[in-house]
Ligand binder design. Structure first.
Ligand SMILES: Nc1ncnc2c1ncn2[C@@H]1O[C@H](COP(=O)(O)OP(=O)(O)OP(=O)(O)O)[C@@H](O)[C@H]1O
Length: 312
């Protein structure tokens, strides 16, 4: 069964098209990744799914129900972990989770049990009476997650849950996503960190300028660029690099300079390494290192858009 089906979804802010005729489906049991740079349209899409934003066009079906006809049902069955922390600083950790689970319709003993269970799940047992202002950034994020899962939703949507947190909390959150999934939750996970999307997601949609430009398992996405390889060159004097001249070398399909690192996409089967090296020597550019990279989601994004995921 599909937990989510989106058809032709469009959202405009004035003349600006933030989500552009997007269609996708997420099957039950998936950890589905939305990968895209800042401003790609991930949050806008999510806010339409959860009913926070009105769409201009298209259809959204969540758990078999149409978003226009069954808004309340959908809200109750989704757990939303928003990008901005949505916790109350003047409520304790317990009170926060209790409050949100109550909003989802839990009452009495069940509400208490689920609150305790959710706090335990995110590793905050023993911290029930503490106010979040005394928490680290990572603990606040984990509390944010507990607030979204206590009512045991079938679909959990996480919007960049690991931005700006320490590696230990990040690992904790990624492990929690896997555990929730193993317990039967379907997860939609948005991020602009390709490493974590690659690590945990069963399927990924790469979103750019409000459109899905590629979709599939990470293996399928990587197979899109098997006809190219990436050569990464670290140089001492990047100011002397002439990108247009490198681009003109036979087989080079794309070239990017990022600080002291040049990323050169080159067609497979064209042996232009000697030409590239000769170019650097002739222009007096010292090569610090030269490395041929396996395709990853970053290189897929770069190949499809001509831009880096981080600074797109
Ligand atoms: N209320 C709004 N009014 C006008 N423009 C908006 C509004 N909300 C979002 N946008 C614009 O729509 C585009 C998509 O934004 P969105 O927040 O969905 O991107 P995102 O992929 O989630 O990135 P981020 O990780 O930065 O949130 C951006 O260009 C943003 O500036």
């Amino acid at each position: 069964m599909n937990i989510l089906e989106i058809q032709d979804l469009t959202k405009k802010f004035g003349d600006f098209i933030a989500v552009d005729h997007m269609s996708l489906s997420v099957a039950e049991g998936e950890i589905f990744g939305f990968l895209g740079s800042n401003g790609a349209g991930k949050s806008t899409t999510i806010h339409m799914i959860t009913g926070l934003l009105r769409k201009n066009k298209g259809t959204i079906i969540v758990l078999g129900k149409n978003s226009e006809k069954s808004a309340t049902f959908i809200k109750r069955n989704i757990g939303m972990v928003p990008q901005e922390l949505a916790i109350y600083e003047d409520l304790t950790a317990y009170e926060n989770v209790h409050f949100f689970a109550g909003l989802y319709g839990m009452r009495g003993k069940k509400l208490h049990e689920r609150t305790v269970e959710a706090l335990k799940f995110v590793g905050l047992e023993g911290k029930e009476k503490i106010y979040p202002r005394n928490f680290s950034g990572g603990m606040k994020r984990r509390l944010n997650i507990a607030c979204a899962i206590a009512h045991r939703p079938k679909l959990i949507i996480m919007d960049e849950p690991t931005v700006g947190i320490d590696p230990q909390s990040r690992k904790y959150i990624l492990d929690s996503v896997r555990k929730l999934n193993a317990m039967g939750c379907t997860i939609i996970y948005t991020s602009h960190y390709m490493e974590e999307v690659e690590e945990i997601c069963t399927r990924i949609a790469i979103i750019d300028h409000g459109k899905i430009i590629a979709e599939g398992t990470k293996e399928q996405l990587k197979s899109l660029i098997t006809d190219s390889k990436l050569i990464v060159v670290d140089v001492k004097s990047p100011e002397a690099v002439d990108l247009a001249a490198i681009q003109a070398i036979q087989g080079v399909s794309n070239v990017q300079l990022d600080d002291q690192t040049i990323q050169i996409h080159t067609e497979l089967g064209v042996n232009n390494l000697n030409h590239l090296i000769a170019h650097f020597i002739q222009n007096g550019i010292e090569i610090r290192s030269l490395d041929e990279r396996e395709p990853n989601l970053e290189t897929v994004f770069l190949t499809l858009t001509g831009r880096n995921l981080r600074d797109a």
